[in-house]
Design a protein around this ligand. Structure first.
Ligand SMILES: Cc1cc2nc3c(=O)[nH]c(=O)nc-3n(C[C@H](O)[C@H](O)[C@H](O)COP(=O)(O)O)c2cc1C
Ligand SMILES: Nc1ncnc2c1ncn2[C@@H]1O[C@H](COP(=O)(O)OP(=O)(O)OP(=O)(O)O)[C@@H](O)[C@H]1O
Length: 292
């Protein structure tokens, strides 16, 4: 997938979908299928560079990975700055969608808003269709269990540790991607070596606790059991994602991995002794083995 950052680009023949796309959930996927239907256009996602206020399900790199996975060929990551923030809806359509992206087909959800003070909507896009020669398709919002599917809802489900439902709405397992770094090397001495990731900046994590996981390393996939937290039994560390990969001996320091979360097993706890922690981790491992 081609990733375009900034304002300096010129594309041809785009079929465009616009939004934040945090999580690339079922509703997003429904929309993104639409821009892949007409094979003479290039399926392109337009998204604003992420605001940092709310922790996101995926970092920019993780989102890129998922968009590529589902067949998107180009992603424009547009800066949200003083100039772009103040663009009127028509200016945005003419300057960005038409002139820079050569949009032939535009597909958005019915509640989509854009431009200065979110003043543009699907009626604005409809109005300019003839003038600028693109075709607009709007899709209804998808519901699940009587509630609209949105990134906000998926984030709330994650706060409850409900990974099964999160994964169902994301249509893939939620994951954390990162480079395996050194921990305190205590894991090895207590008999449970772990592959450690630091919590990516700005990323929303499931509640502190232990999860049944799968680890992708290169082309291989392994079952694992992962602790998300700051290890209160051994001190207080920065939030980490520590995975004990089951039946695995290799050294993977420095390797990029993806840890997929399947099910919450228990909350993180402070144990009285390391032996108590070891006994609990042994139980966690058997439980994870049965789940993944
Ligand atoms: C499956 C699993 C469960 C864990 N549960 C806890 C826990 O409940 N409380 C805690 O303080 N640390 C927990 N840990 C973290 C361990 O304390 C940590 O892995 C160990 O101290 C080794 O750390 P190191 O890799 O930095 O050497 C857990 C680790 C794993 C792999
Ligand atoms: N449930 C859904 N069904 C169909 N389209 C959707 C759905 N949710 C969002 N969309 C559309 O996908 C695009 C991107 O949506 P966006 O990520 O901005 O919103 P969202 O998922 O509702 O997130 P948030 O909860 O942050 O508002 C928009 O065009 C939006 O209308």
């Amino acid at each position: 997938m081609e990733i375009i950052n900034g304002l300096d680009f010129q594309l041809q023949n785009s079929s465009v979908s616009l939004g934040k796309f945090d999580g690339v959930h079922r509703g997003h996927r429904f929309l993104l299928q639409e821009i892949q239907k007409n094979k003479s256009y290039i399926p392109t996602v337009f998204t604003f560079a992420m605001n940092k206020e709310i922790p996101k399900l995926y970092t920019q790199e993780e989102k890129n990975r998922v968009l590529e996975e589902i067949g998107i060929q180009r992603e424009v990551v547009f800066p949200f700055n003083e100039t772009t923030k103040h663009m009127s809806p028509e200016e945005f359509v003419e300057e960005i969608l038409v002139k820079k992206m050569d949009a032939k087909h535009i597909c958005v959800g019915k509640d989509f808003h854009f431009g200065k003070d979110r003043g543009g909507d699907i009626h604005t896009l409809e109005r300019f269709q003839k003038k600028y020669g693109y075709e607009l398709v709007t899709v209804p919002k998808l519901y699940d269990d009587g509630q609209v599917i949105s990134s906000t809802r998926v984030r709330a489900l994650m706060d409850q540790g409900n990974m099964r439902k999160v994964n169902e709405l994301l249509e893939r397992p939620f994951f954390v991607q990162g480079t395996v770094c050194h921990g305190e090397a205590l894991g090895r001495t207590i008999g449970f070596p772990t592959a450690n990731l630091l919590a990516p900046k700005g990323k929303k994590l499931p509640p502190f606790g232990v999860y049944a996981t799968k680890v992708h390393c290169g082309k291989k996939v392994y079952a694992g059991v992962t602790n998300v937290g700051n290890k209160p039994t051994v001190g207080s560390f920065a939030t980490g994602i520590e995975t004990c990969i089951l039946d695995f001996e290799k050294d993977i320091y420095g390797k990029e991995i993806q840890v997929e979360f399947y099910e919450f097993i228990r909350p993180e706890m402070k144990f009285a002794t390391l032996d108590d922690l070891k006994a609990q981790i042994a139980k966690d491992k058997s439980k994870a083995q049965r789940i993944v």
